[in-house]
Design a protein around this ligand. Structure first.
Ligand code: PRP
Length: 217
């Protein structure tokens, strides 16, 4: 808490914290990662994620109070978000999943997206919600919107938990967004680094090396 928010009078009479206490506070801000040289800093706590998911679910249900919502999770990062969102939505919900792979993300190459696993059932006439953990360049979502629009759903909407607005190179945007985040490499709550960290309850910034360099610096 800053001294401005505490008020100056409270601040003046606060005891100076012991050095050990400062160190332990620092430790909670930057935790050790899975392997040497990897450190984690909580960016969005699980409590904040939980509250936001409930808020997003309410908004989505308000828009489609009577529809069966057909949630399409993009493997694999979206699965924790989809599971929590589905429970918060209430009413009738069905799921399907698809897999994509992208090439040359964040480089000068084509940024081509390919389908690695198609949906199990058709979406014609359904109220479809694409569920994504993160919107980055926007290439994946652009590809998916085009693919799904051709299949004639009744409604097609997009929910993303995290939006790295700065990284966008296409003109897509989500209908429901959890958090706009800075351009830092994030893991947890479904997001991975080399398939690790997906099971962290918080969204964390992954820092590599002793100087706290983030992965995509
Ligand atoms: C992430 C995310 C999106 C995509 C977004 O998947 O789940 O599908 O990247 O990036 P874009 O906006 O630049 O296209 P990722 O490729 O990391 O695979 P994963 O979900 O299996 O971890």
């Amino acid at each position: 808490m800053s001294c401005l928010r505490m008020g100056w009078s409270n601040f003046r009479f606060r005891e100076k914290p012991a050095v050990g206490k400062i160190r332990s506070q620092r430790k909670t801000k930057e935790q050790e990662g899975h392997r040497p040289g990897e450190a984690l800093r909580v960016l969005i706590s699980h409590a904040r994620i939980r509250a936001k998911v409930v808020e997003m679910a309410r908004e989505i249900r308000r828009d489609f109070p009577d529809d069966t919502l057909h949630l399409i999770g993009v493997l694999k990062g979206s699965i924790l978000f989809l599971a929590d969102l589905a429970r918060a939505l209430g009413g009738e919900v069905s799921f399907d999943f698809l897999g994509v792979s992208s090439y040359g993300k964040g480089t000068d190459s084509t940024g081509e997206v390919k389908l690695t696993k198609d949906l199990d059932v058709g979406i014609e006439g359904r109220t479809v919600l694409i569920v994504e953990d993160i919107l980055d360049t926007g290439l994946t979502l652009k590809y998916l919107l085009k693919l799904f629009e051709e299949r004639k759903p009744k409604h097609l909407r997009v929910a993303v938990l995290l939006d790295k607005v700065e990284r966008r190179i296409t003109d897509v945007k989500a209908d429901y967004t959890g958090f706009a985040i800075p351009n830092e490499f994030v893991v947890g709550y479904g997001l991975d680094f080399d398939e690790r960290y997906r099971n962290l309850p918080d969204v964390c910034v992954l820092q590599l090396g002793s100087r706290g360099k983030t992965k995509n610096e």
